[in-house]
Design a protein around this ligand. Structure first.
Ligand code: DGT
Ligand code: CA
Ligand code: CA
Ligand code: ZN
Length: 580
């Protein structure tokens, strides 16, 4: 039985919807698949568990027909109806749509007019100038598509952590149930919680390696065995992701886990430390150089202790100073999800959110949050219904009403996500800005602006006494969009000078600020807000990716604005600081 996860099911549904559109099916039909995909992505229970309980139709937007498709995928890996559609439109067209600037509409034109069915076909057609004159494909568009192809090639090689981790967890879980397996866990960049990962590294401890390798080849999650030896098997999984499974003997577990967790840079530094102590370190253990005696290796703790260090959290193993600290007997004090007391960035149906204020509040209450910031889009983002003053008054009245309830729910805070204009201005007058509990301001347009202009926009915005937080500061979308070209040193210095908080947006495609910028911000004494920017109540669960990134950036609870109790959180805001 193939084991799909929620993300894999959602992708399959989206792909099917796109193929239907290109095949010329009617809008109502293909949209229903995208709606279903969206619902599966937002569903925060494992889809397999839901299916086994016979509750698939309880997922909003999933009817009996799509439930049957999901069941078939889960049971047999077969997408009913796929053969019929791919007899009309080759499945390779799907890849075309992974290119920025190419949606199903354009892909349909390319396919109908020029029989372009793959990225290779497209590159060839561009090189031969065959797109010239095609409606909707002007010179500039074709140029953008060419750039999109290059970017796709470099970026698509990496997987979002949020897509990889559930798969790695599932693999490790399946491996633990195999006979003879003593330990199984994921390692590599996934264990370090890097925002994107190159591949999935899983480690198994067992006496009989070849028997485990044979069992790995038969795992339900495996669709293809790429390579299999006595100690390493590389497989393709049901999610279309590659995984490397290595087996080691149980007494080497700690050394192997340390080695294969990396990072490579961390390991290189570890080897130097070992050398300076007359030791050598490998995936088999720590050995004395003098007599080759093994002194450690059963556990990770043992390995680090042999080199005179406490064990540090995997997230910081990037050779960014953690080894120097450990040699002093210390490890960074890192924030955890339990430290978070509220979310300061969320959207509602008043703009482009898909949950109501009440639904967001209910979810925040379930999470035990003390407060929840309601920060819909501001007026200038008309595209998504940015709020005017009347809308704001209506929302504030509702917030007052909900805050008057005595059901133990979180305190709702009146906030807004302002748009930073081309010169650094924001949507409303100071008089209006002063009425919010706090304001977030974000860059939402002008991605191709010069470094000078983009940086100036942020600096000017931070000079505004009512801009308390800068949202997703660099604007990157992992695998899809480059960040703004910014002078981050200047941005961080200005944040420190003005007391502006910088957001760590927890959306798995953003994780913005990244670990490097977080360490810079921390050094400069800038506070961080770890927010989900939820556009749907379910998305509050994405906080974990933000916390993981914060940990990679050495951020402690004391440095996180929304890890503070309500009153100290509020008094730490720029607008409320007496010293200004
Ligand atoms: P990725 O997969 O690109 O996201 O990054 P990693 O860190 O998972 O890298 P990967 O999969 O190539 O190797 C997994 C771990 O194995 C890596 O973090 C450290 C260890 N490792 C691999 N190659 C080397 C090496 O040449 N030297 C050292 N010291 N360690 C290595
Ligand atoms: Ca890896
Ligand atoms: Ca690997
Ligand atoms: Zn937002």
């Amino acid at each position: 039985m193939p084991a799909y996860d929620n993300a894999a099911i959602a992708t399959a549904l989206d792909d099917f919807g796109d193929l239907l559109e290109i095949a010329g099916e009617d809008r109502y039909r293909f949209l229903s698949y995208h709606k279903a995909a969206h619902a599966v992505r937002a569903w925060d229970e494992d889809i397999m568990a839901t299916a086994l309980a016979g509750r698939l139709t309880e997922i909003p937007g999933i009817g009996t027909k799509i439930a049957a498709i999901i069941e078939s995928l889960l049971k047999s890996g077969v997408f009913p109806g796929m053969d019929e559609v791919t007899s009309r439109v080759p499945a390779s067209v799907i890849e075309l749509m992974r290119i920025q600037g190419l949606g199903p509409k354009k892909a349909k034109v390319l396919f109908d007019e020029l029989a372009i069915a793959s990225i290779e076909d497209l590159e060839e057609a561009i090189a031969e100038g065959r797109l010239t004159g095609l409606p909707g494909f002007g010179v500039k568009t074709v140029e953008n598509i060419s750039e999109g192809i290059d970017r796709y090639r470099t970026l698509s090689a990496r997987i979002l952590l949020a897509d990889a981790l559930p798969l790695a967890e599932k693999l490790a879980e399946e491996l633990r149930t195999l006979p003879g397996v003593v330990e199984a866990d994921y390692a590599g960049s996934i264990r370090r919680m890097k925002e994107t990962v190159g591949d999935i590294d899983v480690l198994v401890a067992a006496e009989d390696g070849p028997a485990v390798m044979a069992a790995v080849r038969e795992l339900p999650i495996v669709t293809e065995v790429l390579l299999s030896g006595e100690t390493k098997t590389s497989v393709m999984t049901t999610s279309g992701r590659q995984a490397d499974v290595r087996v080691v003997s149980p007494e080497c577990w700690g050394a192997a886990l340390q080695y294969f967790t990396g990072s490579a840079e961390h390991n290189v530094h570890m080897r130097e430390i070992a050398k300076s102590r007359g030791l050598k370190i490998s995936e088999y253990g720590v050995f004395r150089v003098a007599d080759d005696e093994r002194v450690a290796g059963n556990t990770e703790e043992e390995v680090y202790a042999a080199l005179g260090m406490p064990t540090m959290p995997p997230e910081v193993r990037e050779d960014a100073g953690e080894i120097e600290l450990a040699l002093e007997g210390r490890v960074p004090d890192l924030v955890t999800t339990d430290d978070i007391r509220g979310d300061l960035h969320s959207h509602t149906t008043a703009t482009d959110g898909r949950s109501t204020l009440e639904q967001n509040r209910a979810r925040a209450a379930e999470l035990g949050y003390e407060y929840l910031g309601c920060s819909d889009h501001a007026y200038d983002l008309r595209m998504v219904g940015g709020l005017d003053l009347a809308d704001l008054e209506a929302q504030w009245a509702k917030i007052d009403e909900l805050n008057a309830l005595t059901d133990g729910g979180p305190v709702l805070l009146k906030s807004i996500e302002l748009n930073i204009g081309d010169e650094g201005g924001v949507d409303y007058s100071e008089e209006v800005l002063a009425r919010f509990d706090y304001c977030i301001a974000s860059l939402h347009h002008g991605f191709s602006q010069s470094r000078e202009q983009a940086t100036r926009r942020l600096l000017v915005a931070m000079e505004n006494p009512y801009v308390d937080i800068i949202g997703h500061p660099t604007g990157r979308l992992l695998g899809r969009r480059d960040p703004f070209d910014l002078d981050m040193e200047a941005v961080i210095a200005k944040a420190a000078e003005t007391g502006t908080v910088l957001e760590l947006n927890a959306h798995p495609e953003r994780l913005d600020l990244n670990d490097v910028h977080l360490r810079m911000a921390r050094k400069a004494g800038v506070r961080i807000a770890i927010d989900t920017d939820a556009h749907e109540a379910m998305q509050f669960g994405q906080l974990r990716w933000g916390v993981a990134t914060a940990r990679r950036g050495w951020i402690s609870a004391a440095e996180v604005l929304n890890a503070q109790p309500l009153s100290s959180m509020l008094s730490a805001l720029k607008r409320n600081r007496a010293t200004r």
